[in-house]
Design a protein around this ligand. Sequence first.
Ligand code: ADP
Length: 509
Amino acid sequence: MRSISGIWRRSIQARVVTSTIVLSTLVIGLTGWALLRDVASGLADSRRVAAISEARSGFDYAQTQLDAAVETEPATQSQTLTQMVDSLTSSRGAKRTYELVLEGPLSSTDGQVPVRSSAAITPDSLPDDLAKAVKAKPGTYWRYSDLSLLGGSGRDASVVVGSQLRAPGTGDTYALFYLFSMADQQATLDLVRRALLLGGFAMVLMVGGVAWLVSRQVLDPIRMARRIAERYAGGNLEQRMHVSGEDDIARLSTSFNQMAASLQTQIRRLENLSRLQQRFVSDVSHELRTPLTTVQMASAVLYDARDKFDPQTSRSTELLKGELDRFEELLSDLLDLSRFDAGAAKLELDAIDLTQIARDAADDALLSRKGIKVTVIGVETPAVVEADIRRIDRIVRNLLTNAAKYSGSDRVEIEVAQSPECVSLAVRDFGVGLSGDENLRVFDRFWRADPARTQGGTGLGLAIAREDAALHGGTLTAWGRPGEGAEFILTIPKPEGSSKVPAIVSVYA
Ligand code: ADP
């Protein structure tokens, strides 16, 4: 049942074909029903007209016979009447299409009206209201009824025509009924019904088939467009739709192809631009390195001799040295990032224990210099991953340096945790923290929060750390709240682990 409703929801073709079949069944059924009704009433009408005219001539003949018989021999009236019924039934053609019933004399005193009939007809074959009408007044009356014979199996539709006969001598009245079977008309009607049913069924099948064919013609190109759109989404922009003819579908395909071509051109342009940019950054950084080294060396000489200068020159020398150090740091960060962008960053993998990294990081000189208390948690069991020790070390040092430089916290927690799939290392401080927007932006290149807190950083440290984590197939996420501190969680998958679900769930999560 669920699969049927699934097909109904997903397949336009199934919906088109089903609704066409249902609607055409309805229309064909209604038309067939109306047609059958017309044919049935036409057949019944013509049979009734013929029956009434045949019965009228029969009544006239019977009346003439009765007139003659009663005049001559009233005593043998009963016998004459029986003979009349016999002669009426046998007189018309070889195959009789009617039965006769003669009731009377209607004024019979013993309450029991004698009945003569051409066959053993069941009493309910004669409609009561017709019998009453005939007995009440002279005239010809008719009704449709069902004719059945005693001992016979079925009931035939029939038309019953009745009239009064009057015996002139005695003044007795008789009721004569003709019961015409409509079995032939019924057979014709059955034939028409069967033909209509068969024709209707074939028609519904044909309409369903046509709907299937037409919907396929329209849907095939749409399905192809969907498949190609999926390939575009997967990054394969080379695919094109096949265009044939000049109809709407062909125009859709052409527009689709134009869209893909324009997308491809734009993407190529952007790719080239980005490649150029990367090259530019990398080239500039490289080119600046040599003069910077020379300037650095000259500044070192000046810096070493600063005691011999007057105080103003000496201060300038210190400032020069500080800014040149920052410049060198920026250049090396830029070169690192351009290597990531160019996909040239390589990993030198070793089995490393993150608990060891955490323990070593706790002895960080900057932290002790600033008097920050470091607590290491979860380092009892080794947490080994395949990683590039230089890069992991750089990430952890960066997080600790940031905590020391920006958070203003007097304590830092380093926590290592592991799951069967991965190992996480979190650095948590209890300082200024990060606001909702900052949580997302800390990893942006050149982004620095409040410039008052920046203390001369490049704003590239966390961007590089995240690239380093991604290079290991891991993640680096940040959580924080203003005034409550910040937590940075590095997660590295274990060699056999496929999932990157962090082993540490942030306290802010
Ligand atoms: P940088 O390389 O200059 O140190 P980062 O990319 O490491 O820059 O950090 C970007 C910015 O994020 C910093 O300028 C600082 O404002 C903010 N930040 C980083 N770590 C913390 C932290 N632990 N607490 C508060 N702010 C932080």
